[in-house]
Design a protein around this ligand. Structure first.
Ligand code: NAD
Length: 475
């Protein structure tokens, strides 16, 4: 007979979403069982956000050494010790790891089981010989790199984001298939660390982003020497001369390209298989588990959050989902997930950030009845001082000044976009964004100046001029 556990909550998957639910629920006094089949911390800590940002940070320092001439400092070509760079990446992971560790969660009162969970029926999950009959389950099993059906790939060595951070050293020529955020972040990092890099994208690189903003990022990458091939279809890969060879078609012509290493960054697929979802009466598609706005699956006792729930695949979405599920499952408050104000950032240099509707989406949805407010980085004094003058913010409002979306490209755009996220989430109008006092000189003033432009046509109207004229006459 299997042992039986009957906790309040059983969380499957200890990535960012699962850990947030488990910690939140345990701190509120719930009895929680947490299952993890591989590494605590999941993709974000081990193979995603954390190592990629650590690698990009090292690459940025290398680039600074090449680009300090404008500041009166002699530029130098940096000497890069690749094994030390990757040691830095591991140290960053290790510094964060304790927050996600078995010890920490056990200390919070969570029972952690390091095993794969599989549903037996609608009310029971089994893991490592233990049956778990929880009052509520939360599926937070995340996603893994998608592997495209390219002929020859089975015989060709390749990296994904799960293995690229274990690289033993210098990659002479890295070919990356896929020009989404993962592909381009890794392209810039490796290029700045001295590799030759080619990105082969089947459609448009950063195709989910606003065209104007995307163009600035892609131009910078190309200036730095990343070779980006768009609308290129990879027909075949093969091992070649100690490296790899890819064959692709572009504009009807066939080409082959040799590299030392290959990386795949063509999107992600949800980790559905091991769960035996049919036994639990849970509907799913290839893109993920079907959930309602409260993140409940078709089994009313079971929730799904994060990448497995099919929507945008970001750590902050998983964290947001976790807070919704804790409210729903523990407090029975009918909280709903709202995608419309979820920001997203690509951490290239310059960074590219969005929240809400892009200009194109806003025009389609509001039939062009919108205002587009802009402010460039070069009109910001701090950006001038920092020599970070490339980029701009673009804000879309309706005619009454309600903020519909903001897009930003430039230095620290991922930080600067947050004011617009807050404004949208808390329904703050553009007039508030224009009238608060911002410290000078900061880059954040770019946001305020964009908001002020909403009022410029009104302030310079003949009526306002007439009123000012009358008031002058009053002495
Ligand atoms: P993606 O889906 O965003 O981009 C993959 C790209 O690969 C697409 O442009 C697609 O056209 C291309 N592609 C697909 N098949 C191809 C093929 N056979 N040949 C050439 N190109 C092909 O996926 P990603 O970049 O792998 O990222 C995965 C997820 O992780 C995304 O949802 C992304 O938003 C998220 N992510 C976010 C961040 C961030 O927020 N900074 C960073 C990394 C990843």
């Amino acid at each position: 007979m299997a042992d039986i556990l009957k906790p309040d909550l059983c969380v499957i998957g200890a990535g960012s979403g699962g850990l947030s639910v488990a910690a939140g629920a345990a701190q509120l006094g719930a009895e929680v069982v947490l299952l993890e089949r591989h590494k605590m911390g999941g993709d974000c800590l081990n193979y995603g956000c954390v190592p990629s940002k650590a690698l990009l940070a090292a690459a940025k320092r290398a680039q600074t050494m090449r680009k300090v001439g404008d500041f009166g400092i002699q530029p130098v070509e940096p000497v890069i010790d690749h094994s030390a760079v990757f040691a830095h990446v591991r140290e960053v992971i290790a510094a964060i790891e304790p927050n996600d560790s078995v010890e920490r969660f056990t200390g919070l009162g969570v029972k952690v089981i390091l095993a794969e969970g599989c549903f037996k029926d609608k009310t029971t999950l089994t893991a490592d010989g233990v049956d778990i009959k929880a009052r509520r389950f939360v599926i937070a099993t995340g996603s893994q790199p998608a592997i495209p059906p390219i002929p020859g790939l089975d015989e060709t060595p390749y990296f994904t984001n799960e293995t690229i951070f274990d690289t033993p050293g210098f990659l002479k020529h890295l070919i990356i298939i896929g020009g989404g955020p993962i592909g381009l972040e890794m392209a810039q990092a490796h290029r700045r660390l001295g590799s030759e890099v080619t990105v082969v994208e089947a459609a448009i690189p950063l195709g989910k982003d606003d065209e104007e903003l995307r163009h600035i990022v892609l131009s910078r990458l190309e200036e730095e020497g990343v070779n980006i091939l768009d609308k290129a279809r990879v027909e075949r890969t093969e091992p070649f001369a100690g490296g790899v060879r890819i064959t692709f078609t572009k504009d009807g012509q066939s080409y082959s390209l040799d590299g030392s290493h290959l990386m795949l960054a063509v999107g992600r697929r949800p980790n559905l298989e091991a769960l035996n979802l049919d036994a639990a009466g849970i509907k799913y598609e290839r893109s993920g588990i079907t959930v309602n706005s409260g993140l409940k699956t078709t089994n009313r006792r079971i929730y799904a959050i994060g990448d497995i729930a099919g929507g945008p695949q970001f750590t902050h979405v998983a964290g947001y989902h976790a807070s919704i599920v804790v409210k729903n499952a523990l407090f029975r408050i009918p909280a709903k997930a709202d995608r419309s104000t979820i920001p997203w950032v690509t951490f290239t240099d310059p960074e590219l950030a969005h929240v809400g509707l892009t200009e194109t989406d806003a025009r389609a949805k509001h039939r062009n009845s919108i205002n587009v407010l802009r402010w460039p980085y070069f009109e910001n004094d701090r950006a001038q001082a920092e020599r970070e003058t490339e980029g701009f913010v673009k804000v879309v409002t309706n005619k009454k000044g309600r903020i519909l979306g903001a897009s930003m490209v430039g230095a620290n755009a991922g930080e600067l976009i947050q004011l617009w996220s807050l404004a949208m989430q808390k329904k703050i109008n553009v007039s508030a964004m224009a009238s608060y006092v911002a410290p000078y000189p900061t880059m954040m003033e770019i946001n305020k100046r964009a908001a002020v432009t909403y009022f410029l046509p009104k302030l310079t109207s003949p009526l306002v001029k007439r009123v000012v004229g009358w008031l002058k006459k009053l002495g």
